[in-house]
Design a protein around this ligand. Structure first.
Ligand code: SF4
Length: 367
């Protein structure tokens, strides 16, 4: 559950209307949700549900599955029923899969009216089926699949072109009286992403799904997503986020959760404060920080642990943390809430910190 977030936000959130993705509200001041997408074959129900369980355990609030074939559409009822988090079906071209996904109990469908064959004929039916089932839709505009006419008119996937495409799609739903949808306008470049979402945010009150698409492998993609989402969320823009990485999807969820945590937009979990170390360090801070992070990665309590190389900043940082160590002379001073509670030899620093951290986390969880 969402616990209270105490930090003052950087900026008031943009006013967006609220839609529901199953049990998860999106927009209208709801907590910003983290999404990911499975990379299993959706028709492989066991593998897909296994991956969804891993994503949910990592903090994923909403999951999307691709539905490129009839076998995938046929798998949706079981996946939607057994998934611990709301499932969004991702559908291109085939309106019959949209109807199947709605009947299957999916929480939402990502579908662009502009790439549904004969939308003028099936559009009203799709919107009626979604309304009757109480589900929402998402329009997802991507730089890589921009409408040809718009591409030609703007000379490429510029922010104006992406927004024009999004508006065109949005009007197709709105013209048939359907309003329960969110929009994404994805580009691989963080600067274009920021410009595009800013422009779109000024045009209406749709809830916005943030994403930097095709952002690359973990390292590059994490940086691009942090920059784009950080800039937008700091302005109050964004209601749900998906980090896209060429990496296992659980990595996307971890990055997405941390972005929100560090922006004060989501309850914090375990965090480490560690110094870079310098010529004054009397212990291998890099190794120490790595071992402590690894040892505490499954802690869910919002515990903050400081690992500091010497006594210059060590005691000060450790005072602000729940638990810390400041090292010197081959020993480590273990500090809890600003008080030195124990001094241990260097080889006992990690086990002692882990043990103490788990005690403090258990007390936090008990509260
Ligand atoms: Fe250097 Fe000490 Fe600062 Fe770490 S805490 S960076 S070792 S001065």
């Amino acid at each position: 559950g969402e616990q209270a977030i105490s930090q003052t936000p950087l900026h008031p959130r943009r006013r967006s209307r609220r839609i529901m993705v199953g049990s998860v509200p999106v927009g209208g001041g709801a907590p910003i949700s983290v999404q990911s997408m499975t990379n299993t074959v959706t028709a492989d129900i066991n593998a897909t549900l296994q991956q969804i369980a891993e994503l949910a355990a990592a903090g994923c609030d909403i999951v999307r599955v691709a539905v490129p074939s009839q076998d995938d559409a046929d798998a949706l009822p079981i996946i939607a029923k057994k998934s611990p988090i709301p499932v969004i079906a991702d559908i291109h071209f085939q309106s019959k899969y949209v109807f199947q996904a709605i009947d299957a109990g999916c929480a939402a469908v990502r579908v662009n009216p502009g790439n549904i064959r004969k939308f003028d004929q099936v559009g009203p039916e799709i919107c009626k089926a979604a309304t009757d089932a109480g589900i929402s839709l998402r329009i997802g505009v991507n730089a890589g699949s921009l409408d040809k006419d718009i591409y030609a008119r703007y000379g490429g996937p510029t922010p104006e072109a992406l927004v024009a495409s999004a508006l065109k799609e949005a009007h197709m739903f709105e013209d048939v009286g359907f309003h329960d949808f969110k929009i994404s306008v994805k580009h691989h470049d963080p600067v274009t992403t920021v410009q595009t979402y800013r422009l779109l945010a000024s045009k209406g009150d749709w809830p916005l799904h943030l994403g930097v698409t095709e952002a690359g492998p973990s390292w590059q993609g994490t940086i691009k997503s942090c920059l784009a989402f950080g800039a937008l969320l700091a302005e109050g823009i964004g209601d749900t986020i998906r980090v896209s990485l060429s990496a296992p999807p659980v990595e996307e969820v971890k990055v997405g959760c941390k972005i929100l945590e560090y922006l004060g937009l989501r309850q914090r979990h375990f965090d480490i404060i560690s110094c870079p170390s310098c010529g004054r360090a009397q212990v291998d801070v890099i190794e120490l920080a790595k071992e402590v992070t690894e040892g505490l990665k499954d802690i869910t309590a919002p515990i903050r642990v400081a690992v500091m190389g010497c006594i210059v900043n060590g005691p000060g940082e450790a005072r602000e943390a729940d638990l810390g160590v400041a090292s010197g002379n081959g020993k480590g001073q273990i500090i809890i809430k600003g008080k030195v509670v124990q001094t241990v030899p260097e080889d006992q620093i990690v086990p002692t910190l882990l043990e103490r951290a788990k005690e403090i986390a258990a007390q936090m969880d008990a509260k």
